[in-house]
Each structure stands twice: as C-alpha cells, then as structure tokens.
Design a protein around this ligand. Structure first.
Ligand code: ADP
Ligand code: MG
Length: 397
C-alpha cells in the first residue's frame, strides 16, 4: 500500500490531470446544497496550483447514464471552485475531444480547468481503453484524489493509469491509505473493531477480514438479531435475515474456535413499531417481548463497549449501533462516537468508515474528535473487506 503521492511529482509547467470527487448534492434549481467535497479537495488543488502546475480536474456528478444531461453539468461546481480559489476556473464543454484538448493546451502555469461530467459518456463506467487514452492525452501526470470511486475500475480511475505516467495519489487518498491502511496492516494494539448497521449480509466480508486482525469485535445494529436468533433467542419483531442464520452460526463458531472476542450486546432498546413515537422499553437480549423490535443497544451494552473502546489503541468503526436517524434510538450510536472521541483524546487512532456511520458522527458533532473519517462509503467498506481497490492498485508504487 505504499503509493507515490502528489508530493513526489513535479507540477511546474506540466498539465496535471486530477480525478476528484465533485459529486455534490444539488437542489431543484441546480444550486450546490453542500460544498464539502469541493472544500475537501482544496489541499491537493492548492498544492498543484501553487507549485505552478496547469491543473485539469475531472469528476462525475449524479447518474446521467452515459448521455449529456443539462441538470448534471459540473458548471455550478466550476463557479463554486472559482469562488473558493479566488481565481477563474475554466469550464470545459466536454471531457474529451479536440475543443477540450485545445483548451488544455492553452492553460498557463497555475491555471485551472474543470472537465464536463465524465459520466456523460458510457465509456467512463465501462472503463473503455480508447476513452481512457483520450482522457489521459490531456495530461502529463495523473493524480487520483477521489477515494469514493476508487473501488470502481472506471476509465478515469483505473484505465487512465495505463496511458499517463506518473500516476499518483492525491492528499485525500494518501490520508485514507495512511489511516485505513495502517489500521488493517500494522495496528497499534489493542485493536478494537465496532461493526453495526442494517444487515449481516453486507458485513460478512468485513467481519471475516477483521477476525484475523483484531483483538475484539463489538457488534451492534440490526445484525445482532440474526446472531441472537441463530443462538436460539426469541427476537420478537426485530430485523432478522432468515436466510443468514446458518452463516451467523458459522461466524460465531469461527470466532470461538479462533479465540476471537466477538462481543454481542447484553441489552437493547426495543419498541412496538419502527417509529420515533412508539412505546419503548430497555430489555435484556434474552427477553425481547414478542411484539417488540430492537432498535438500539441498551445502557449496559453502552457501558461495556465504551470500556473496551477506551482501552484500545486502534479503533475502527463501521455501521451505526441503532436506528440513529430516529432520536429515541440514537443514544447507542452517539455514545459509541463519544467513546471513540475519548479514546482518541487518550492517544488512540480512531477511524470511521461507511456513509451512515460518518453521517452519525457528524450529526453527533464529534467529527473533530475522530482521527480519520473516511470520505468513501462503499470504498472504505471494500477496503475493510481486504479487497484491492482498482483505482488505488493502478497508481505507482
Ligand atoms: P454504513 O453506511 O455506515 O456502512 P449501514 O448502511 O450498514 O451503515 O447501516 C446503516 C443503517 O442501519 C441505518 O440506516 C440504521 O437505521 C440501520 N440500523 C441500525 N440498527 C438497526 C436496527 N436495530 N434495526 C433496523 N435498522 C437498524
Ligand atoms: Mg449505508
């Protein structure tokens, strides 16, 4: 996982082609409702601009399905980026073609151009080599700083690296590799992983990959009920994946056979319905009423898990502990976020991966207390599964 980075290349006088994640949320009028992704890309952008590079940015936006869709033009992003950089950003009319090539060749040192939405062309997601080659021809060096799409082999993430050298990681990806990579390859111990979320089926590979690496796994979210059912408990109306009971039994056995501390909650907050207004009760996991469903971990479990987290030197968290979107069931997730922040304050490295988990930490206002919050939902999950991300593998070692 030792990849060359933006710090290793010469930008001055060169056309530097950088893949970024400008997939920002837009309202009905086409206004950017949150510019976080643009702001996050600024360190890499500034580095290139300030060292005299001729920067060509490229990104996708939304799902135009391989054809131009006016509402999904990146023009509003170019405008916002111009404001943030206090310099004019040239908006290209497309991402390939002779017109774009001329605009690229006309760039002067320190100037910035943004290509039009890559996914206006079906070749982007198909990783078409001709298309990748055309994109590549615009630059003299390639930087990937879009972690969120690094798990996809697309023309702008993987294919392009075959046609332009050097191909290196931008600062955002460098940070992802530093924290996610170190946690998984060379963690300071004790290493505790916390796994939650909706479905056991989405997290099997993460769980199995972590089994070989962690000192303890703390499990929460809806997937606990599939484990409890597999253990023979009555789970009431809780979410259970009936077709994953055997798998759950196998995972429990594997943990036991390999002396892995797989911790499950001792109590849960149950409700009569999936609603913020529903009647709630805190119950032991062995006595969930038949007409209730578990929607959060209980106070005893919060205590137990928090103590484990506070002793850890490395903590990786994916998946909320409960239905944090509804206030009565957000306590477990918020308490775990706080425990992570407390452990971090004591010197631990804490990493949060996964779209909903990251949202929960921000919602709790605890983001600044965490060492690293991964910017890629699906990408961070695949990373935690131990998979190679094509957009990263393709970069120079
Ligand atoms: P991430 O995006 O961080 O990887 P997931 O997508 O796996 O996380 O899971 C997030 C979802 O899991 C949330 O929408 C949350 O409401 C849901 N969830 C957590 N606990 C429960 C539960 N006990 N019952 C039903 N849904 C739950
Ligand atoms: Mg999710």
């Amino acid at each position: 996982m030792h990849k060359k980075t933006l710090s290793d290349i010469t930008c001055k006088g060169n056309r530097v082609l950088m893949r970024v994640d400008f997939n920002v949320p837009l309202d009905d009028q086409g206004n950017i409702t949150n510019d976080k992704r643009i702001v996050e890309a600024l360190p890499s952008i500034r580095k290139i601009v300030e060292s005299g590079g001729r920067l060509i940015l490229m990104s996708h936006l939304g799902r135009p399905k391989g054809k131009p869709v006016a509402e999904l033009s990146l023009a509003p992003v170019a405008k916002r980026l111009s404001e943030l950089l206090d310099t004019q950003v040239v908006m290209a009319e497309d991402c390939i073609g002779t017109g774009v090539m001329q605009q690229a060749l006309a760039l002067q040192d320190g100037e910035v151009m943004l290509l039009e939405n890559l996914r206006f062309h079906p070749e982007e997601e198909k990783n078409d080599p001709e298309f990748a080659k055309e994109l590549a021809s615009l630059g003299e060096a390639y930087v990937n700083d879009a972690f969120g799409t690094a798990h996809r082999a697309h023309a702008s993430t993987e294919g392009i690296c075959h046609f332009v050298q050097p191909s290196v990681a931008g600062f955002l990806i460098e940070k992802e590799l530093k924290y996610l990579g170190r946690a998984l390859q060379n963690p300071e111990r004790p290493f505790v992983a916390i796994l939650g979320g909706a479905k056991i089926s989405g997290k099997i590979d993460v769980l199995e990959n972590l089994f070989g690496k962690v000192d303890a796994v703390l499990v929460g979210g809806a997937m606990i009920f599939t484990f409890f059912r597999a253990m023979g408990y009555d789970t009431g109306k809780s979410l259970v994946e009936e077709d994953k009971l055997e798998l759950a039994s196998r995972l429990l056995k594997k943990a036991e056979d390999n002396n892995i501390r797989l911790l499950l909650p001792t109590d849960v907050v149950a409700a009569t319905e999936f609603s913020a207004e529903a009647e709630t009760r805190t119950v032991d996991v062995a006595s969930i009423p038949g007409d209730m469903m578990g929607l959060d971990i209980g106070p005893k479990t919060i205590d137990l898990y928090s103590r484990e987290i506070l002793q850890a030197k490395t903590v990786v968290w994916n998946g909320p502990m409960g239905v944090f979107e509804l206030e009565p069931f957000a306590k477990g997730t918020i308490a775990i976020a706080r425990a992570l922040a407390d452990a971090t304050a004591k010197g631990a490295i804490s990493v949060v991966g996964g779209g909903d988990s990251a949202a929960a930490v921000m919602q709790a206002g605890l983001a600044s207390g965490i060492t690293h919050i991964s910017t890629g939902g699906g990408a961070s999950l695949e990373f935690l599964e131990g998979k190679k991300l094509p957009g990263i593998s393709a970069l120079n070692d």
